[in-house]
Ligand binder design. Structure first.
Ligand code: PLP
Length: 394
């Protein structure tokens, strides 16, 4: 069957929750993807920040395959070695103390919200605690995660939300202070906002939030699902801010293709929140996911992924700055590490379509921002290749 026939079948069978680009990808290698017609694409999206190690990494593929041959699932009523290894490695790179594995980002956010509510409940026995989230944030599509997502149009048709959520503005500390009451149990935010348009938190802002949380025993939940796992030059973006969260969420690149997530917390929160019977998952922490995470952690070290991100991201930033300075239709370039955005005065859909025609995969973040989320193993020559195509498309 040819590509168009597949696309027609998809439109006849799948629920129409996405306006997809008319491409069927079949395989990938390194930082390149191939569609069913054999056309090759340079990938600057990596499946929305998932394929950090690039496609078809042999060591990763072998680790996943060999786990498939051993055992893929046991249930959380028993221990399994890959999950134990994965938890140990995740603790080591994050400095957090307790890990709960999930199947997705949204599920990790749900767990983080439950942790915060339980922590506050154990302190005062009340059930009316509030959470502060940020405008333009994105935390996922399940009801709890959606409730703290700061884009009203995503929430509207699905009201009522979980309740007692207040919104403040990123990098506006006064707006946060205004929302704090004696019921506030948590502040949740992305260290670098992704879907909302690539907005990094400012250092002073995050440090002040940390201070407020310490003074009032409010939990700071940092959502590192998109900006974490090396994307911003540290294993987790907050490690560059001189702060540490009480609870952290992680997913996307955590499994580099195997669907996994996690929420992590400090020992203090772990000892004073969720206990047996409070929370669970059938698939979370299964041996297959554990093997993937564990191998990803090893490969980040072996392949010196963080060093590469730091080196190549500086080069990418320079090139995007140049383009932004040259063009009147670009408002600004911003971002951190290999998570970058170019904000235009007008919608960027046409530019992205032209790029796809020319074999470059890009994605937007909001209507006017082109988002750059390449695999973390890209080299400078891939940046040059991308910039050359992008220039042709503008
Ligand atoms: C993608 C994303 C989520 C949701 O993750 P899913 O795996 O799609 O549920 C949550 N938070 C952030 C910051 C994300 O980028």
């Amino acid at each position: 069957m040819n590509m168009n026939t597949y696309i027609e079948e998809a439109e006849g069978a799948l629920l129409h929750t996405y306006n997809r680009f008319p491409i069927v990808f079949e395989s990938g290698d390194g930082v390149y993807l191939k569609d069913l017609n054999g056309k090759r694409y340079l990938d600057f999206v990596s499946g929305i920040g998932v394929f950090a190690l690039g496609y078809n990494n042999k060591a990763y593929n072998d680790a996943v395959k060999s786990q498939v041959d051993k055992i893929m699932h046991t249930s959380n009523y028993y221990y399994n070695v890959p999950a134990i290894e994965a938890a140990k490695k995740l603790k080591a790179v994050s400095g957090m103390d307790r890990v709960f594995f999930t199947n997705s980002g949204a599920e990790a956010v749900e767990g983080a919200i439950k942790t915060a509510r339980k922590y506050a409940y154990l302190k005062d026995g009340k059930t009316d605690h509030e959470i502060i989230a940020m405008e333009h944030s994105f935390h996922g599509r399940t009801m709890g995660a959606l409730s703290v997502t700061g884009t009203p149009k995503y929430r509207e048709a699905f009201q009522p939300m979980i309740g007692n959520i207040r919104f403040a503005r990123l990098n506006d500390i006064e707006s946060v202070k205004q929302q704090i009451t004696d019921k506030t149990c948590a502040i949740i935010m992305e260290t670098v906002q992704g879907e909302g348009g690539i907005y990094p938190a400012e250092k002073a802002f995050l440090q002040e939030i940390r201070q407020i949380c310490d003074e009032k025993d409010i939990l700071l939940i940092l959502d590192e699902i998109q900006c974490g796992m090396g994307r911003c030059g540290e294993m987790f973006a907050w490690q560059d801010y001189g702060v540490k969260p009480d609870v952290m969420t992680c997913a996307k690149a955590l499994g580099c293709g195997v669907p996994v997530g996690a929420f992590l917390m400090t020992e203090k929160v772990g000892q004073n929140s969720l206990v047996a019977g409070d929370h669970g998952t059938t698939y979370g922490g299964n041996p297959l996911g554990g093997a993937a995470i564990s191998k990803v952690m090893d490969l980040f070290e072996e392949e010196k992924v963080l060093e590469n991100v730091r080196e190549v991201s500086a080069y990418l930033a320079e090139k995007l700055d140049e383009i932004a300075a040259l063009r009147d239709d670009i408002i600004m370039h911003r971002g951190k590490g290999l998570m970058r955005g170019l904000e235009f005065k007008n919608p960027v859909g046409d530019i992205i379509n032209r790029a796809l025609d020319k074999g470059l995969v890009l994605i937007n973040a909001g209507t006017n921002v082109i988002r750059f989320l390449p695999p973390l193993i890209i080299r400078k020559e891939h940046v040059d290749e991308m910039i050359a195509i992008l220039k042709e498309c503008l």
